[in-house]
Design a protein around this ligand. Structure first.
Ligand code: AMP
Length: 213
């Protein structure tokens, strides 16, 4: 999707919009999909800044709750420490609440949701009830051996080898089917994540019609 259809400059050479800003009516309701350690978090930050939409990381939201000392938090922590998935019903509540907030009116970038086909269907119905729909699903792909190498190098507390393996297995079993699901809906854009961060970021922006200065 090119920028070319947009009037790039106003007469007199004054840019019609700030450099690096997205143009026109471009995708704003986005899902970022990819295995653990694909670089999703970094790209999510960059995309949210550039597109001026809120990033919704369900992992961050769950981590916040799990540290709160609540009963729910304790239950979430056990699941997350094992690398397993929180159940779809709990996640539906979390995401439905978050998408009700006003800041999502201009769009959003979901990072870490949906992770199962059931969650994808729930998301579609949450949006449909609000008269909205997804604009695009951005999938970052990385070969399995490179993902394990990155995970071992990173050393987060939940990155014990057995947890790493569990998270990857869960991704393959539960989340990877979403790629075919969204491809079937014509929403999927795939990106090779086995490259420098900047290259992946540039391609993501290009796919969304954003040209960097
Ligand atoms: P993340 O930071 O996205 O890797 O998420 C950390 C952990 O939070 C995951 O390993 C899951 O245990 C849990 N989690 C985050 N998002 C979801 C989701 N959409 N469905 C189920 N569990 C999730």
């Amino acid at each position: 999707m090119a920028d070319a259809a947009e009037p790039a400059d106003l007469p007199g050479g004054v840019a019609s919009r700030p450099a690096g800003q997205p143009s026109g009516a471009l995708p704003r309701r986005l899902v970022l999909l990819g295995p653990p350690n694909a670089g999703k978090g970094t790209q999510a930050q960059m995309l949210c800044r550039t597109l001026a939409v809120p990033g919704i990381s369900t992992g961050d939201m769950l981590r916040l709750e799990s540290g709160s000392g609540s009963e729910l938090g304790a239950r979430l922590k056990t699941i997350m420490d094992r690398g397993e998935l929180v159940d779809d019903a709990t996640m539906a509540d979390v995401v439905r609440e978050r998408l009700r907030r006003d800041d999502t009116e201009r769009g959003f970038l979901l990072d870490g949701y949906p992770r199962t086909l059931g969650q994808a269907e729930t998301l579609a119905s949450i949006l449909e009830a609000a008269g909205k729909q997804l604009d695009a699903v951005l999938a970052i792909t990385v070969p399995a051996d490179e993902l394990e190498r990155r995970a071992l190098a990173r050393g987060r507390s939940d990155d014990r080898p057995e947890v790493i393996r569990e998270r990857l297995k869960v991704y393959r079993d539960k989340t990877e089917p979403l790629i075919g699901y969204y491809r079937g809906l014509g929403l999927l854009r795939e990106f090779d994540g086995d490259r420098p961060i900047e290259d992946v970021g540039r391609d993501l922006l290009a796919a969304l019609g954003v040209q960097r200065p």
